[in-house]
Design a protein around this ligand. Structure first.
Ligand SMILES: C[S@@+](CC[C@H](N)C(=O)[O-])C[C@H]1O[C@@H](n2cnc3c(N)ncnc32)[C@H](O)[C@@H]1O
Length: 223
């Protein structure tokens, strides 16, 4: 079955386009596929994992970015009406498409307290009025060593990681989705004072193709 084009939009970096195939959606950026709904197992597993390891009964979970909303939908499903979810998404167009086309399929029942915020998550996290979060979930690149946008490198620097950690509730964690192992990033994060563990997420249709979640906690400081 072929993808049906739904809508295109000019964005600062070029063009985004939304396509549909039955219940599935695909977003292309400048002609290259950003994501399609047929391969969302690991994005779903990431959202479930965030809820599982958040320690508060009513956790506040920050997700960036929105994409097709599978991580958001999985977290919302796992929360079963508890807690709150905030999503920071760089592209207002992606939020608009989620509101009009994708959301009604992927997340038909919007949870109360869901907030979709347009803009860079790195800027959002530095706002004085945000947080604390029990889990911060980042799926904005192909991994901390496989960036989609060069600007996102800031997010995975020691400064960037500490900006996220500053907005964690006690016991809170940062989860990073990655399509690849990222040993240099792990070394950087450990050097910056984080305890890093790696989990394997469900593969996308091929048993030999693994995706990962890096889980970061700030190590207790010795006084
Ligand atoms: C691979 S998609 C996320 C997929 C999502 N987990 C899902 O379940 O569909 C990556 C998203 O991150 C967004 N993004 C990229 N850089 C960002 C940033 N610095 N801040 C917020 N969102 C960003 C992109 O616009 C895109 O929507």
């Amino acid at each position: 079955m072929a993808w049906d084009w739904i809508e295109s939009a000019s964005v600062p970096d070029g063009e985004l386009a939304l396509y549909r195939q039955g219940d599935m959606f695909m977003i292309r950026a400048n002609g290259l596929e950003l994501m399609n709904g047929f391969g969302h197992q690991s994005e779903t597993a990431l959202g479930q994992m965030a809820v599982k390891i958040a320690q508060d009964r009513e956790p506040h979970i920050l997700i960036g970015g929105l994409g097709l909303g599978y991580t958001l939908a999985a977290a919302a499903d796992a929360l079963q009406g508890r807690g709150r979810i905030t999503v920071a998404e760089l592209s207002p167009q992606v939020i608009d498409w989620f509101d009009r086309f994708v959301g009604p399929t992927v997340l038909p029942q919007r949870p109360a307290g869901l907030v979709l915020v347009p803009g860079d998550i790195g800027a959002f996290i530095r706002r004085a009025d945000v947080g604390p979060f029990d889990a911060i979930v980042l799926d904005v690149d192909n991994g901390p060593e496989a960036l989609v946008a060069p600007d996102n490198a800031r997010l995975y620097s020691a400064d960037g990681l500490h900006a996220f950690a500053a907005k964690l509730a006690p016991g809170g964690v940062i989860l990073l989705w990655s399509a690849f192992e990222a040993p240099d990033f792990v070394a950087l994060a450990e050097q910056a004072g984080f305890i890093v563990t790696r989990a394997t997420l469900a593969a996308v249709r091929r048993a030999d193709l693994l995706h990962y979640a890096y889980v970061l906690k700030l190590a207790a400081r010795r006084s």
